[in-house]
Design a protein around this ligand. Structure first.
Ligand code: PXP
Length: 252
């Protein structure tokens, strides 16, 4: 069994910096290319309704110019569905979106919004995309994700990463571990993301059911100090080490 944990590099914040001045620098597609060379297994980009970072043109270029699978993060809106069906990225991840939030705060409440979400999941699946739902690590959310027919869930690990003290972090980690186990029992593929850093990635990478992590903001921030290649290489090796230790395999 291939036990290698995949790393999806989210390049949104390269576009954030570019957009601060307008123009084309720094180019998120160049970052995606470099991420691929540094060992990323996929590229993740969130085309937000307000286009605050990634643009329509970025998505077009990412699908045309980058060989790695693209994980297209999108709100469940008709506009985004149309864009997804036009570009047919490898994967589409449905995320919650509110204009006023700074970042994606909490997972998509699929239990509350299942009626709205059902046709989006179906259309994306019919369009041959791997559909994932970005949800909080709660049994009811997993249950509804399964009922909606999504093959993948991405567990929001922000509460774990942002926990104020070790007790709170341990509590949040236990919820994620439990949720990953339950998701796997339901036959769902498990991904995780949001807020991961060098300090927080290990325990999440060690969860055996998790097959993919999506990481962006920290890597881009760290790239300012050490370069993108170095930041991704270090993240990759921390992930691999945690997974190897957890599974007792010899390579670390
Ligand atoms: N996964 C999903 C579904 C997200 O929405 C985000 C943030 O855009 C991430 C992962 C990456 O989070 P971060 O940038 O905090 O690493």
């Amino acid at each position: 069994m291939n036990n290698r944990l995949r790393l999806g590099v989210n390049i949104d914040h390269v576009a954030t910096i570019r957009n601060a001045r307008g123009g084309g620098h720094p180019d998120p597609v160049r970052a995606a290319r470099q991420a691929a060379e540094a060992g990323a297994d996929g590229i993740t980009a969130h085309l937000r309704e307000d286009r605050r970072h990634i643009s329509d043109g970025d998505i077009e270029r990412l699908t045309a110019e980058i060989d790695l699978p693209l994980n297209f993060e999108m709100a469940a809106t008709d506009e985004m569905l149309g864009i997804a069906l036009r570009h047919k990225p490898h994967a589409a991840c449905l995320v919650p979106e509110k204009r006023e939030e700074v970042t994606t705060e909490g997972g998509l409440d699929v239990a509350a919004h299942h009626k709205h979400l059902a046709p989006f999941v179906k259309s994306l699946l019919d369009g041959d995309m791997r559909v994932s739902l970005f949800i909080d690590p709660e049994p009811v959310q997993l249950h509804v994700a399964k009922a909606l027919g999504a093959p993948v869930v991405e567990l929001h690990v922000g509460a774990y990463c942002d926990a104020a003290n070790p007790q709170a972090r341990a509590h949040e980690l236990a919820r994620i571990v439990e949720a990953a186990r339950y998701a796997d029992d339901l036959g769902l593929e498990v991904h995780a993301g949001h807020g991961l850093t060098f300090d927080t990635v290990g325990p999440i990478a060690a969860i055996p059911q998790v097959v993919e992590l999506n990481i962006g903001h920290f890597l881009m921030g760290e790239a300012i100090f050490s370069g993108l290649t170095s930041a991704i290489t270090r993240m990759r090796s921390l992930m691999d080490k945690a997974r190897a230790e957890a599974t007792g395999s010899a390579t670390a």
